[in-house]
Design a protein around this ligand. Structure first.
Ligand SMILES: [Zn+2]
Length: 146
């Protein structure tokens, strides 16, 4: 879906007029109208406000151009699994199981690996294989690179 359609849908779902939405995110009604016609897209600051107002991630408002994955454990992120900052805003770098209340849950790669091995291994994907896979994949994620 395109940004213009998404904004229109989110706005009407909340029962807001263009004017009312404009007031809430400090822009003119014309600006909202231009977004919904596809002439322009909201700027970064406005996207943050829209994300908070509609309770969806910025990536979703933009039509999901990026495939988000948690930069700690590597799982794909959706709006229901994206972590949030203490103030409720989305932090689309991490899942809510790795990052909660402003804190990271796993203090080391080993700790996370052991947890994940327990969850992803099964008869077809034995623990040794899972551990091997994770030892390749996890260090590539941003959270583990410094
Ligand atoms: Zn994660």
């Amino acid at each position: 879906m395109e940004t213009k359609t998404i904004i229109h849908e989110l706005r009407t779902k909340q029962g807001l007029s263009q004017e009312e939405l404009a007031e809430k995110v400090f822009v003119t009604r014309q600006a909202v109208s231009r977004w919904e016609k596809g002439d322009t897209v909201p700027n970064t600051e406005t996207l943050k406000l829209l994300s908070k107002l509609f309770d969806v991630s910025i990536n979703t408002i933009l039509g999901s151009p990026r495939t988000l994955i948690c930069q700690c454990c590597g799982m794909p992120l959706e709006d229901t699994s994206i972590s949030r900052e203490v103030d409720g805003t989305f932090n689309d770098e991490y899942c809510k199981w790795c990052y909660t209340d402003g804190k990271f849950i796993y203090s080391s790669l080993d700790e996370l690996t052991e947890f994940l091995v327990g969850h992803i291994s099964n008869e077809k994907f034995p623990p040794e294989q899972a551990r091997e896979y994770l030892s390749q994949a996890l260090p590539k994620l941003k959270h583990w690179q410094n």
